[in-house]
Design a protein around this ligand. Structure first.
Ligand code: MN
Length: 421
């Protein structure tokens, strides 16, 4: 499914809001997208088109993965191998020009933001035969320069470090508006160089890549920005709102110098709303299969989600079919070890609907006794995005075993055999 094919599919399903009046990328478009809470296409943002909230819900992700929402994990786990194919032509090359970021409807999302930010840019880098593709927030520094937040020790950070140690710029290309499965794949932590192969496996057909002037290979996109991450130049990056909806720290980060830009003639710019549903899902869902696999080694796991209330990042809900009394606590430890940014894990029985926050709270209310069921792990490293961390970056992790004790009838939930009929 292509980027435009997905937008078309959302429109046909009656799930796309459309705004035809002229609107500003400075605060207005993000505010409207936040209020809409569903896929929204703006036809005139400073004369160009922009879309937000594309992969805004589990239903939307399930639609692109062609699976029911509750089966997303098994769809992601049972994926085979895939490989890409190199092509010469791309609709992305319809217009090729010198870089000029002022031509794009790059949004300023919140009042205190440091600058407009590209938020749906897949940054592809290549150095000494190793490729990486991942989404980075990209702050506009000038019409031809961006500042990239590179988190240590992730792949782009490592490639830039390697290049800069040799005094070399790191060739990069930023693809904006790519097909949703490939976007999802670039948000998944796969072994170095495997993002587009993983995308091909998920899609069931090879992802087509074409070569940029600087040698980097990118998928078809609405817009591609080509350039280099400077080996030594850095500038203050931020303030920027991340998944928790709070401002992240301002840090000094590497500068990207753009050399070329290409785009579809009538391009549709893709923006991801910081702390919005799309941002959270793309950050969190890729971890769900990893947690599922880790828990499956210690308990009979049924499902795992990183719920939206926990920013799809700091909280996990693990549903198990309990067989031994220790299953709940073992599942907590396995989940925490599979996703290091997790802070709180709650384990529930398989009669609890983990997609329903009220049902999860019901489990907490009727099956948890604090002294017995809460597990604390103080002074461990937390997510850099958690505003609650101690000054040294540590936090207290907590597990809640909300499973009922085995064999105690008083915990059985009343049923009515006609309910399921
Ligand atoms: Mn990578």
């Amino acid at each position: 499914m292509s980027f435009r094919g997905f937008i078309q599919q959302l429109a046909e399903a009656g799930k796309l809001m459309e705004v035809h009046e002229p609107v500003s990328p400075k605060l207005e478009v993000p505010a409207m997208a936040k209020k809409a809470g569903q896929p929204i296409l703006f036809h005139n943002v400073n004369g160009t088109k922009a879309v937000m909230n594309l992969l805004n819900s589990r239903d939307a992700l399930a639609m692109v993965l062609d699976t029911p929402p509750q089966d997303i994990i098994s769809r992601l786990i049972n994926v085979g191998n895939g490989s890409t194919t190199i092509v010469d032509n791309s609709p992305t090359k319809e217009v090729i020009s010198k870089p000029d970021l002022s031509k794009l409807p790059i949004m300023t999302h919140f009042d205190k933001d440091g600058a407009p930010y590209i938020t749906a840019g897949v940054l592809v880098s290549e150095f000494e035969g190793v490729m990486n593709a991942s989404v980075h927030r990209l702050m506009v520094l000038s019409k031809t320069e961006l500042i990239a937040r590179l988190v240590a020790p992730r792949h782009t950070y490592l490639l830039h470090k390697k290049a800069s140690e040799q005094g070399k710029p790191l060739p990069i290309a930023i693809a904006i508006g790519i097909d949703p499965i490939t976007l999802f794949a670039t948000c998944t932590r796969v072994p170095p160089g495997e993002e587009f192969n993983y995308a091909s496996a998920l899609k069931g057909v090879p992802v087509e890549l074409f070569r940029c002037e600087n040698g980097v290979h990118v998928p078809h996109a609405e817009i591609v920005l080509e350039g280099y991450i400077h080996p030594t130049r850095r500038a203050p990056e931020g303030p920027f709102v991340d998944i928790t909806g709070t401002y992240d720290l301002v840090r000094t980060e590497p500068v990207i110098e753009l050399t070329r830009m290409m785009h579809r003639r009538d391009f549709i710019y893709h923006g991801i709303l910081p702390a919005g549903g799309e941002h959270k899902l793309l950050m969190g869902v890729p971890y769900e299969p990893k947690i599922y696999e880790a828990v499956s080694k210690v308990a009979k796991v049924k499902n795992v989600i990183l719920p939206e209330g926990g920013c799809c990042y700091l909280h996990a809900l693990v549903q198990i079919e309990k067989q031994k009394e220790e299953d709940g606590k073992n599942a907590i430890l396995a989940a925490l070890s599979a996703h290091h940014s997790l802070k709180h894990v709650m384990v529930v029985d398989d009669d609890i609907n983990i997609f329903d926050p009220n049902d999860v709270e019901y489990a907490m209310a009727t099956r948890v006794r604090g002294d017995r069921d809460i597990m604390m792990l103080p002074h461990v490293r937390g997510s850099s995005l958690d505003p609650c961390n101690a000054p040294d970056g540590t936090t207290t992790k907590m597990g809640i075993d909300a499973t009922k004790p085995l064999g105690e009838e008083k915990f059985e939930r009343a049923t009515n055999r006609f309910e399921k009929a």
